[in-house]
Design a protein around this ligand. Structure first.
Ligand code: C2E
Ligand code: CA
Ligand code: CA
Length: 702
C-alpha cells in the first residue's frame, strides 16, 4: 500500500536461470512485476531502457559483475535514486562492504531465505519511496528559502542557533558558520538579543507567529545609515523556532520619504499642520506623564494679504520662505528651553500662520520671551529684491495645562489669543487666559443683545444741561444714550458704543438717537422763552455714512425741529480721518443749517489750523482738563489758552465735566462761554429737564 501504482517493476539480474525463476516467482507472490537480465551488460541495457523501480543484482556474474553494474547504475542516475539490492555470496563481510561502497541500498545473502525475499523487496521499495518524498520536500524547502531574500535560522528555546542560512539579499548579521551553535547574545547586540529571546519564548508559549523589528549598524566602519530588520518567528516544535529575518531598510526609507512628504510643508520645508498636530499630541502625552508644562505660540503676519495682493503671490511665497527661515533660526532647539523628542517645534499651519511649541516650560515668561524674540526677528526688513518688505507679527499663546488639556483646545486658544493680539493693535503677543474667553463670550453676548436693543425699545436718552455762563440759563442739552439691558440693567455708552461702532450697529442706533433727541427737544421750546438747543454725539462711522445728511434732514423734517436748534458733536479724530470727504460732508451739514462742535477737544490733534478750515462753531474742552482745576496749574494754563485761541477763531467754548463751584468760577474768569457738568446738572430724564427749564430761576449763578 505504500508503493505507488507505478512502483512495481523489478529488474532481476542473475546468470543462474533457476535463481531468476525463483526470484520472479517470489516477486509475483507480493504483486510485483519483474524483468530478467542474464548478465551485467544486459542488466545495464535493461536498466536504461525500462527504468525499473528496483534492481535485484547478483554479485557474481560473467562479464560485468554486480558491483560494477551497481556503480554504473549510480553513475547513470540523473535524479531519483533507484534502490539496488545486491545478492551476495561467498565471503560475506567483504562483499557486503563492497556492495555498499558500490552504492547498494541493501543486500540479501545466499542462501536466500525465499519466503521473505518478496517482503524484503517491498520494504526497501517503501523505504526508498519515503526517502524520495523527504528529498522532494527538502528540495522544496531549500527552493523556497533560496527564492526569498530572507535569512533563515532555527533556534532552540535557550537562544542557541541550530541552523543558519544567509539570505540572498542579506547585508546581515553574520556568516552561517559563525552563528550555528552560538548563542543569540554572541551574535546580536545585548538589547536586541534579549528582546529576541523574550519573543522566542513567547512564540513557544503561544505557538503563534510573532515578529520584531530592530536596527543594526552596517558592517564594518561605514558611513552608511543603520539597517532595519524584521524577524518573524514561528514555532516548529515545543522547543524550537524558525526565524526569517528580512532587511527592511528600503521599506523604512520609503516610509520615511512618504512621511516627509506628508508631514512637510512644501513651500517652506518646515513641518506642516498634520505634523504639528501629531507633535502636539505626543507632547501632551509626554507632559502629562512627566507633569510638565508647555506653550503653544500661534503667529500670524500682520497685513500679509496686502503684500500678497499688491506685490504678487511670488513675492508672498518668497516672504513666507524667508519668514520660516528666520523663525527656524529664532526657534533653534538650543535657543528654546528644550526640544521635543521629534525636534519639530516649528510648523506652518497654512497661509501666513505659523506655530511654535515650547516644551518643558518653567515660567510663562519663557513663552513671552520666545514670542518677543520672534516679533523682533520679524521686524528686521526682508530683502526680496527689488523689494524691501517690512512686516510685523501678532502672536497668541496658550499654555498647557492651565488653558486646555487637549490639542484642539490649545491650538484654538492660541489662535484666539492671536486675534486678541491683533485687535490690540498688531505687532503684539498675548496670552490666552480663561478670563479672555469670558471677555469674548460676554462681548459676543452683548453684541447679540445690542442687535435686539433697538427693536425691543431698550434704548433711551438722558439729557445733560449746558449752561450759558453769562446768563446762567440752560441754552442747550446734550443727549446721552443709555441701554436698559433686560438682565444687566443700565449699560453705559462707554461700554456699548465702541461695540456698536465695531459692528456697524452705530448707524441705525445713531439714527434712532437723532430722531428721539429732535422729537424731545421740540417739547423744550416755548414761544416766550429763548430757544434751547439739543446736542447729539456723532461717531466717526456715522459721519462717514453717505446717508448722514439725508438722515439728519429727515429727522428734522419729521419732528419739525428747526435746524439751528440741532448741534452735532464730532471728535477731532472724526474730522482728521479723511480731510477731503470731511469737507464735503461738513459743507452739506452746514448747508442744512445745523450747528457743529468739536467734542473732547485737547485729547486729539488739537490743531487750530484744521478747525479754522472746517469752520466749526463751538469747541468742548475735554473734561480731563477741567477735573484738575483749579489746583492743576498746567491744565489751567491749557484751558485758558484754548479758550483764548477759540475766541480768536470766533468759536464758542464749552467746558465739560464741571463738578465744583471753584471750577465754575475759574472758567468764568477765563471767559468760558458755556459749562456742562455734574455741578450744573447730571444727565437727566426728559421730565426732569422739562421741570428744570420751567424753573430756570432755580439755577443760581453768582
Ligand atoms: P461725551 O460726549 O464726552 O459725553 C460726556 C460724558 O461725560 C457723559 O458720559 C457724561 O455723563 C459725563 N459727564 C457729564 N458731566 C460730568 C462730570 O461733571 N464729571 C464727569 N466725570 N463726567 C461727566 P456718558 O453719558 O457715559 O457718555 C460717555 C460717552 O459716550 C460720551 O462722551 C459719548 O462719546 C458717548 N455717547 C453717549 N451717547 C452717545 C450717542 O448717542 N451717540 C454716540 N455716538 N456716542 C454717545
Ligand atoms: Ca459729547
Ligand atoms: Ca466730551
Amino acid at each position: 500500500m505504500a508503493t505507488s501504482p507505478k512502483r512495481g517493476l523489478v529488474l532481476v539480474a542473475d546468470d543462474d536461470p533457476t535463481m531468476r525463476l525463483l526470484m520472479l516467482e517470489m516477486l509475483a507472490q507480493v504483486g510485483l512485476d519483474a524483468i530478467e537480465a542474464e548478465d551485467g551488460v544486459k542488466a545495464l541495457a535493461c536498466y536504461q531502457s525500462v527504468s525499473p523501480d528496483l534492481v535485484l543484482l547478483d554479485v557474481d556474474m560473467p562479464g560485468l559483475d554486480g558491483f560494477t553494474v551497481c556503480r554504473e547504475i549510480r553513475r547513470l542516475e540523473t535524479h531519483a535514486t533507484v534502490p539496488v539490492i545486491m545478492v551476495t555470496g561467498g565471503d560475506e563481510l567483504e562483499s557486503v562492504t563492497r556492495a555498499y561502497e558500490a552504492g547498494a541500498t541493501d543486500f540479501v545473502s545466499k542462501p536466500i531465505n525465499w519466503p521473505i525475499l518478496g517482503h524484503r523487496v517491498l520494504y526497501v521499495l517503501r523505504a526508498s519511496d519515503a526517502i524520495s518524498r523527504l528529498r522532494i520536500a527538502d528540495a522544496q524547502h531549500r527552493a523556497v528559502l533560496a527564492a526569498i531574500p530572507d535569512t533563515f535560522f532555527r533556534m532552540n528555546k535557550d537562544g542557541y542557533y541550530l541552523d543558519y542560512e544567509q539570505g540572498n539579499e542579506a547585508s546581515n548579521v553574520c556568516a552561517s558558520e559563525l552563528c550555528v551553535g552560538r548563542h543569540l547574545s554572541q551574535v546580536l547586540p545585548p538589547d536586541i538579543a534579549n528582546n529576541m529571546l523574550t519573543q522566542v519564548r513567547s512564540v513557544l508559549d503561544t505557538q503563534r507567529i510573532q515578529s520584531l523589528d530592530y536596527e543594526l549598524p552596517p558592517p564594518g566602519p561605514s558611513p552608511l545609515p543603520m539597517r532595519h530588520f524584521e524577524a518573524r518567528l514561528v514555532a516548529t516544535g515545543p522547543d524550537e523556532v524558525l526565524g526569517l529575518v528580512r532587511d527592511i531598510s528600503e521599506r523604512k526609507r520609503s516610509e520615511e520619504q512618504i512621511r516627509r512628504l506628508a508631514y512637510c510643508d512644501s513651500l517652506t520645508g518646515i513641518p506642516n499642520r498634520q505634523a504639528f498636530l501629531e507633535t502636539l499630541e505626543a507632547e501632551l502625552v509626554r507632559s502629562r506623564k512627566a507633569n510638565k508644562k508647555f506653550a503653544v505660540l500661534f503667529m500670524d503676519l500682520d497685513a500679509f494679504k496686502r503684500i500678497n495682493d499688491t506685490l504678487g503671490h511670488d513675492v508672498g511665497d518668497q516672504l513666507l520662505q524667508a519668514v520660516s527661515e528666520r523663525l527656524r533660526d529664532t526657534t533653534r532647539p538650543g535657543d528654546l528651553v528644550s526640544r521635543t523628542e521629534s525636534g519639530t517645534n516649528l510648523a506652518r499651519l497654512g497661509g501666513d500662520e505659523f506655530t511654535i511649541l515650547i516644551p518643558d516650560l518653567e515660567r510663562v515668561e519663557d513663552a513671552l520671551n520666545v514670542a518677543h524674540r520672534v516679533k523682533e526677528a520679524m521686524r528686521r526688513p526682508f530683502m526680496l529684491e527689488p523689494h524691501e518688505i517690512f512686516v510685523t507679527a501678532s502672536i497668541g499663546i496658550s499654555l498647557y495645562p492651565q488653558d486646555g488639556e487637549d490639542s484642539n483646545s490649545l491650538l484654538k486658544y492660541a489662535d484666539t489669543a492671536m486675534y486678541h493680539a491683533k485687535n490690540c493693535g498688531k505687532n503684539n503677543a498675548k496670552l490666552y487666559s480663561a478670563s479672555m474667553t469670558m471677555q469674548i463670550m460676554s462681548h459676543v453676548k452683548l453684541e447679540v443683545g445690542l442687535r435686539k436693543a433697538l427693536q425691543n425699545d431698550e434704548l433711551y436718552l438722558l439729557y445733560q444741561p449746558q449752561i450759558d455762563v453769562a446768563s446762567a440759563r440752560i441754552t442747550g442739552c446734550e443727549a446721552l444714550v443709555r441701554w436698559r439691558h433686560p438682565e444687566r440693567g443700565v449699560i453705559s455708552p462707554t461700554e456699548f458704543i465702541p461695540l456698536a461702532e465695531e459692528t456697524g450697529l452705530i448707524v441705525p442706533i445713531g439714527e434712532w438717537v437723532l430722531r428721539a433727541a429732535c422729537r424731545e427737544a421740540i417739547a423744550w421750546q416755548a414761544p416766550d422763552k429763548p430757544p434751547v438747543r439739543v446736542a447729539v454725539n456723532l461717531s466717526a462711522k456715522q459721519f462717514k455714512d453717505e446717508n448722514l445728511t439725508q438722515i439728519v434732514l429727515s429727522a428734522l423734517h419729521d419732528t419739525g425741529l428747526a435746524a439751528e436748534l440741532l448741534e452735532l458733536e464730532l471728535t477731532e479724530g472724526t474730522l482728521m480721518d479723511d480731510a477731503r470727504a470731511t469737507m464735503v460732508t461738513l459743507e452739506q451739514l452746514r448747508g442744512i443749517g445745523v450747528r457743529l462742535s468739536i467734542d473732547d477737544f485737547g485729547t486729539g490733534y488739537s490743531s487750530m489750523n484744521y478747525l479754522k478750515r472746517f469752520d466749526v462753531r463751538a469747541l468742548k474742552i475735554d473734561k480731563s482738563f477741567i477735573s484738575g482745576l483749579p489746583l492743576d496749574s498746567e491744565n489751567a494754563a491749557i484751558t485758558r489758552a484754548i479758550i483764548a485761541m477759540a475766541h480768536g477763531l470766533k468759536m464758542a467754548v464749552v467746558a465739560e465735566g464741571v463738578e465744583t463751584d471753584a471750577q465754575l468760577r475759574l472758567l468764568e474768569q477765563y471767559g468760558c462761554d458755556m459749562v456742562q457738568g455734574y455741578y450744573l446738572g447730571h444727565p437727566s430724564t426728559p421730565d426732569t429737564i422739562n421741570r428744570m427749564l420751567a424753573s430756570q430761576s432755580a439755577l443760581a449763578m453768582t
